[in-house]
Structures are given as structure tokens and as C-alpha cells.
Ligand binder design. Structure first.
Ligand code: PH2
Ligand code: MG
Ligand code: MG
Length: 172
């Protein structure tokens, strides 16, 4: 049987409700709905300061995972939105504000996708230590498919942003 799956990397985040519990539920749903298939790799959980200019909101818990998917990028996006809604996410009152769950496609194989509703690699990945740190943890040598730049180097370029991030004892 030909293998039509592709390796994808997802960024997970939450900063409302019980973030760790929400992230665990999201991973359970990704598995149960066969959206993400083995082999699956999960990063540690990290406590991260809010990024994007809205400072008056709780810190986030962030993580990353890689796994196989048989879905297309658009199908994967729709499936992630479905889980976000099922876990209690309402349409955002403000951009980059608090949310009980956020599931982002960081990378989809080596693909470059630029459509009005979906950009892959994730448009802000190289500026966000909260996305890069867990990503580099599960795949230290991973490089950006568009630029060839290693994500570990992007992370190092962010300087002391990394120092504000706390690795948690809890695991996914
Ligand atoms: N997500 C955002 C905006 N800001 N900050 C942190 N620390 N973690 C996030 O996951 C995050 C954010 C938009 O999705
Ligand atoms: Mg996001
Ligand atoms: Mg999102």
C-alpha cells in the first residue's frame, strides 16, 4: 500500500481555562479523529509570555508536535478549527487575545502554501520563540522550507526572548 501521508508540525497554545488540560484534550482528539497519525512526537510544555503586543492577558502554555497526516492542508485546517470549537473556542473578540485552545499548522512537509485563509510555513514562525523552542526540541535540525534557514538559528537570533520561557514539569 503506497504511503500517502505527509509529516506535519503543529503548534499548540492556550491561555484561558486550564491550559494544560486543554492541550492534552486537543492531542487526544487529534489522535482519536485520526487527524494526526503515528509516528507522533510531542514536545515539552512551556510557559510563555504573551507575544504580539497584547500584554494584559495570562501567560500561555505552548507545545509542538509532529505526526503523519493523510489530509490535505485545507482539510487539516478545517479539522483543527473543528477541534478548537469543540473545546470551547469562540470566534476571537480580539486578534492575538486570550484563547482556550489554538492549533496552528506550522509546517506541512516541505510545502509552501499561500492562500487567503492559510499560509504555510506559519507566517510568524521565525519571530516567535514560543513556537520555535518546542519545534526545535522535537527536531533540532529542522530548516525552513522556503529559506533553508535552520529554526534553531532563528531561535538563537531572538536573543533573550528564550530566557523568559519556562519549561514545565507537566507533560502532554
Ligand atoms: N498565540 C498568539 C498570540 N500570542 N503568545 C504566546 N506566548 N503564545 C501563543 O501561542 C500566542 C501568543 C496567536 O495565536
Ligand atoms: Mg496561533
Ligand atoms: Mg490559530
Amino acid at each position: 500500500v503506497p504511503d500517502r501521508t505527509e509529516k506535519v508540525y503543529l503548534g499548540l497554545g492556550a491561555n484561558a481555562g486550564d491550559p494544560v488540560e486543554q492541550l492534552r484534550k486537543a492531542v487526544a482528539e487529534l489522535r482519536a479523529r485520526r487527524i494526526i497519525l503515528e509516528p507522533i512526537a510531542l514536545s515539552s510544555l512551556y510557559r510563555t509570555p504573551p507575544w504580539g503586543g497584547i500584554g494584559d492577558q495570562p501567560w500561555f502554555v505552548n507545545a509542538a508536535l509532529s505526526g503523519a497526516t493523510a489530509l490535505s492542508p485545507q482539510e487539516l485546517l478545517a479539522a483543527l478549527k473543528q477541534i478548537e470549537g469543540d473545546l470551547g473556542r469562540k470566534p476571537a473578540p480580539r486578534r492575538w487575545g486570550p484563547r482556550p485552545i489554538d492549533l496552528d499548522i506550522l509546517l506541512f512537509g516541505q510545502r509552501i502554501v499561500r492562500t487567503p485563509n492559510l499560509t504555510i510555513p506559519h507566517p510568524h514562525i521565525t519571530e516567535r520563540a514560543f513556537a520555535l523552542l518546542p519545534l526545535v526540541e522535537i527536531e533540532p535540525l529542522l530548516a525552513d522550507p522556503a529559506t533553508g534557514r535552520r529554526y534553531a538559528d532563528c531561535l538563537a537570533a531572538l536573543g533573550d526572548e528564550i530566557a523568559r520561557i519556562e519549561k514545565m514539569k507537566d507533560e502532554l
